[in-house]
Design a protein around this ligand. Structure first.
Ligand code: NAG
Length: 311
C-alpha cells in the first residue's frame, strides 16, 4: 500500500500532462512501453518517388537537431507493385529506416483515404506521441517552427485537442474529375476540413480515428474525410492558420509560411539553400492568389472570403 499510492499518483500525473488525455493505468502502461515522440510526421509518397524522398531527407528533414523529438515516415502502398519496385523499396527501407510500407494498399489516387487511415492506425499501434503532422511528398515544412508553435499552443494551458491547418468550410461538393465525391449526401458543402497539403492532429484525435477505423465512412479525398471523421468531437480546437500554404495550388511564397505545398524537387532544393543562407524561405515573396482568415462565427458558406494582404 505504501508503495502503491505514489505509483498511482505518478500515473495520475502522467495522465494529466497532455491535452485531455484520459487513460486508465493499464492504458498508460501500454503507452509507456512504446517509443515516445513529440511529433510524428507522415509524408504520403508513392513507390516511384525515390528522388522526392531523397530531396526531402536532404532539405527540410536535414536539420537533425530534432532527432530525439520527432520521427518521420514516408507512407507507401506496396500491394501489387513490381518485383523491382519492391527490391528498391526494401533497400531504401534498410538504408533509411523511415518507410511506412502498407502491404494491403494498392498505391493510387483512389486509395489515398485508406492510405491515411491505415497509416494513422499503424502509427497509433506502434508509437506514443503528442502530435502528428500529415503532409505530402511535395510539401515543404519548417519543422522547427511547427515544434515551436506546438510548445506555444500547449503552454497556453489549453486542455483541448488540436486540429491545425488551413481550413475550408465552403468547399462545394465535386461531382466530376479525380476528386469527385459521388456519395456525399450530408450537405451542399463538405464539412470544415484542413487542406491536405499539411495538417496537425493531437494524439487523441489520431487515437479516435485509429480506434474507429473499421466503421468510418471513407470519402474520396483524405482531407475531406478527416474533417468528416472529426466533425462530431467535442473539446477540439480547429486552428486555422494562414501560414499553412496547403491548398491544391500554392498561394505563392511568403516568408511567414511554415508549410508550403506543391513544391518541385528543384524548388525544395533552392528553398533549402536560401533558408540556410538567409533564414528566410523565399528569395522573393510572391502572391499568386488571395488568402483568408476563417470566420468561425459566420455560417460555413460565408467562412472564407479571400482578401488581399493575407499570406
Ligand atoms: C464574422 O461573421 C460574423 C457573422 O456573419 C460577422 O458579424 C463578423 O463581422 C465577421 N467577422 C469578421 C472578422 O469578418
Amino acid at each position: 500500500m505504501i508503495f502503491f499510492v505514489p505509483v498511482v499518483l505518478i500515473l495520475i500525473f502522467l495522465c494529466a500532462r497532455y491535452p485531455a488525455r484520459e487513460c486508465s493505468p493499464d492504458e498508460q502502461a501500454i503507452l509507456d512501453s512504446k517509443p515516445k515522440y513529440r511529433l510524428i510526421i507522415l509524408i504520403l509518397s508513392n513507390p516511384d518517388n525515390l528522388e522526392r524522398r531523397d530531396t526531402i531527407r536532404k532539405t527540410w528533414l536535414a536539420d537533425r537537431g530534432h532527432d530525439a523529438m520527432m520521427r518521420h515516415f514516408f507512407v507507401v502502398g506496396t500491394q501489387d507493385i513490381l518485383p523491382e519496385q519492391r527490391n528498391t523499396l526494401q533497400s531504401e527501407k534498410e538504408k533509411f529506416d523511415d518507410l511506412l510500407l502498407l502491404p494491403r494498399l494498392q498505391d493510387s489516387y483512389g486509395t489515398l483515404t485508406k492510405k491515411v487511415l491505415y497509416a494513422l492506425k499503424g502509427i497509433h499501434e506502434r508509437y506514443n506521441f503528442d502530435f502528428l503532422l500529415k503532409c505530402d511528398d511535395d510539401s515543404y515544412v519548417l519543422v522547427h517552427k511547427i515544434l515551436k508553435e506546438l510548445d506555444r499552443w500547449q503552454n497556453k494551458g489549453t486542455r483541448r485537442e488540436l486540429y491545425w491547418g488551413f481550413f475550408n468550410g465552403r468547399a462545394q461538393v465535386k461531382r466530376s474529375g479525380p476528386w469527385k465525391e459521388m456519395d456525399w449526401i450530408l450537405c451542399d458543402y463538405y464539412l470544415p476540413y484542413a487542406l491536405g497539403g499539411g495538417y496537425v492532429l493531437s494524439y487523441n484525435l489520431v487515437k479516435f480515428i485509429a480506434n474507429n477505423a473499421d466503421i468510418l465512412k471513407l470519402q474520396n479525398s483524405e482531407d475531406i474525410s478527416v474533417g468528416l471523421w472529426l466533425a462530431p468531437l467535442a473539446n477540439i480546437e480547429r486552428k486555422h492558420d494562414v501560414r499553412f500554404d496547403t491548398e491544391y495550388r500554392s498561394r505563392g511564397c511568403s516568408n511567414q509560411y511554415i508549410i508550403t505545398h506543391k513544391q518541385t524537387i528543384q524548388s525544395m532544393r533552392s528553398m533549402y539553400e536560401y533558408y540556410q543562407a538567409s533564414g528566410a524561405l523565399c528569395s522573393k515573396e510572391v502572391r499568386n492568389r488571395m488568402s483568408y482568415q476563417y470566420n468561425w462565427t459566420a455560417p460555413p458558406s460565408q467562412c472564407c472570403n479571400r482578401q488581399s494582404g493575407i499570406p
